[in-house]
Design a protein around this ligand. Structure first.
Ligand code: G6P
Ligand code: MG
Length: 215
């Protein structure tokens, strides 16, 4: 019996995945580091520090410099998200969140971003969530299941009663590790391990999700 959906934010509800990319790209360019859109695919769902480590590869920097780079990237990201408004919701996202609520089910947010609260506030969908778990909620981030378990606990539900909706390989892995069923959004190379896959939430309704994960 499914009683809730736990949504990732970046790349699922809004396209902030693009802003994270642009922030890292600017930082990489400033440091003369190579960083492509393709490299960025591996950074989806990965927390700030681990993302930077993946960009730096085997280069070693003092902790102070690492902190400075993380702050600089976050500064760029905060500039980008200042402009976010309800127009930036990805197609189908608000409709689905509203339909889930209307059906008496719950919505949780499970995003590794420390900026998730601000983004959903700006998108005008804060009140559509019954639980918010973000980059401040747990120590171990995706692919560990902790963030989704945190959200399920806030909803007073077991993982078996929740479905995770994700665009990242690390997120699908986290869902599986926690005993959640999952819906992957995007190409199979990225979210192939999900129980059901859709290109995006556009035109996807509650019934489509329930049918797909039951199959
Ligand atoms: C999400 C995004 C990642 C981002 C991470 C941390 O998981 O998909 O691209 O690195 O959040 O975000 P933050 O806003 O805390 O730097
Ligand atoms: Mg994501």
């Amino acid at each position: 019996m499914i009683r809730a959906f736990i949504f990732d934010l970046d790349g699922v509800i809004t396209d902030t995945a693009e802003y994270h990319f642009r922030g890292w790209k600017r930082l990489a360019d400033e440091g003369g580091l190579s960083f492509t859109r393709e490299d960025n695919e591996h950074l989806r769902g990965i927390p700030r520090r681990e993302s930077l480590m993946l960009i730096l590869k085997d280069r070693v920097y003092p902790e102070e410099k690492i902190q400075e780079m993380m702050e600089r990237k976050n500064g760029y990201y905060l500039e980008f998200i200042k402009e976010i408004s309800p127009r930036d919701l990805l197609p189908g996202a608000r409709e689905l969140l509203e339909e889930i609520r209307a059906a008496g089910l719950k919505n949780g947010l499970g995003s590794a971003s420390k900026n998730a609260g601000e983004v959903i506030e700006r998108l005008g969908i804060y009140s559509l969530f019954d639980a918010i778990s973000d980059g401040h909620s747990v120590e171990r981030q995706k692919p560990a299941p902790d963030l989704f378990l945190h959200a399920a606990q806030q909803l007073s539900l077991s993982p078996a009663e929740c479905v995770v909706v994700e665009d990242a390989a690390a997120g699908i892995e986290a869902a599986r590790a926690g005993g959640f069923r999952s819906v992957g959004l995007g190409p199979a190379e990225r979210v192939g391990k999900a129980d059901a896959i859709f290109p995006s939430l556009a035109g996807v309704w509650l019934e489509n999700l329930l049918t797909a994960i039951a199959a």
